[in-house]
Design a protein. Structure first.
Length: 125
């Protein structure tokens, strides 16, 4: 059966292909790393929820200390042949934290650790 869901990502997108082939534990890849303030990143998720048949995935994300997020939002991800993906601009210089949920309110929070990345200001020392 062919899935005809629409995506802003080209299924031949070499960036997503490379990210998927990295085969990271947990099925989460962020590119580029390090994450830099003001730049756009791509998050690719092919972990627990898609493997369990999720029809839609949202990235639940925010900034700050891993135990005290601010600017929290749920961002609908786009289905691609490689997994669920989303491009977002990093607008806060504190840590970028995220996890995932599906339309049935099942969560993948990396066994309670979420995913957390330092955001760099882009200046070279």
């Amino acid at each position: 059966m062919t899935d005809h869901r629409r995506s802003n990502f080209d299924d031949g997108d070499m960036r997503l292909l490379g990210m998927r082939e990295a085969n990271y534990p947990g099925g989460v890849v962020v590119d580029p790393i390090p994450i830099t303030l003001g730049e756009e990143i791509t998050v690719l998720y092919y972990g627990l929820l898609p493997q369990s048949g999720a029809d839609q995935v949202w990235m639940h994300c925010g900034y700050g200390d891993a135990n005290n997020w601010h600017n929290v939002q749920d961002i609908k991800m786009e289905w691609t042949e490689r997994g669920f993906a989303k491009k977002i601009k990093i607008n806060d210089g504190s840590r970028f934290n995220f996890c995932f949920k599906d339309s049935a309110n099942n969560w993948d929070n990396n066994n309670g650790l979420n995913w957390s990345f330092e955001v760099h200001n882009g200046q070279q020392i």
